[in-house]
Write a protein that binds this ligand. Structure first.
Ligand SMILES: [Zn+2]
Length: 178
């Protein structure tokens, strides 16, 4: 009888060790952040009426209808202040003035976002062109396009619409919804 219990104990011990050995230490955290990201994203799945109420007509046209503002017409193309450019739809931080450059196009241009996770891209075949569309990863609002003719260090040019962005100067608190 004693031998039987010893065998059972040994089997359980080996099994438990195997379970722990195959366990990915980061798995639990990843799942947690995934859930948080999903929850955050879900919070910005607004109805069309809610977006219309939240945004100016110009911001709605660009963010929700993939519009483009006229070159040199936006408020940020020539701005040189230090700060963070946020999504005009959901106010998440997207781009830094440190990565902004004068592209000569009349649209605010950046070499990179704050991180690869804050923006998403998809192929845009409108207007008989193949371009890469850029949107906010959280609320899916359309921001502009990214081209491969940018300066160092990335060689990329994120060509964005001012009306799709909000700006928080260094030292200022978070922006309130427009
Ligand atoms: Zn957004």
């Amino acid at each position: 009888m004693k031998t039987f219990f010893l065998i059972v104990f040994a089997v359980l011990l080996v099994w438990q060790t195997a379970v722990w050995a195959t366990r990915d230490p980061g798995a639990a955290d990843e799942n947690a952040s995934e859930t948080a990201a999903e929850a955050e994203e879900a919070a910005f799945q607004l109805t069309d009426a809610e977006w219309r109420a939240r945004l100016s007509p110009e911001a709605y046209r660009i963010l929700r209808e993939h519009g483009t503002e006229r070159a040199y017409s936006g408020k940020y193309w020539d701005q040189k202040k230090d700060g963070i450019y946020q999504c005009g739809g959901c106010q998440v931080d997207l781009f830094s003035s440190a990565d902004k450059f004068d592209s000569g196009t009349g649209w605010p241009s950046f070499t990179r976002p704050l991180s690869d996770e804050v923006v998403g891209t998809q192929t845009d075949r409108s207007f008989f062109m193949v371009r890469t569309e850029v949107h906010c990863a959280r609320c899916k609002g359309h921001l502009g396009h990214v081209f491969k003719d940018g300066p160092e260090p990335t060689g990329l040019r994120y060509c964005l619409n001012s009306a799709a962005l909000a700006f928080r100067a260094d030292g200022e608190g978070p922006l309130r919804n427009p």
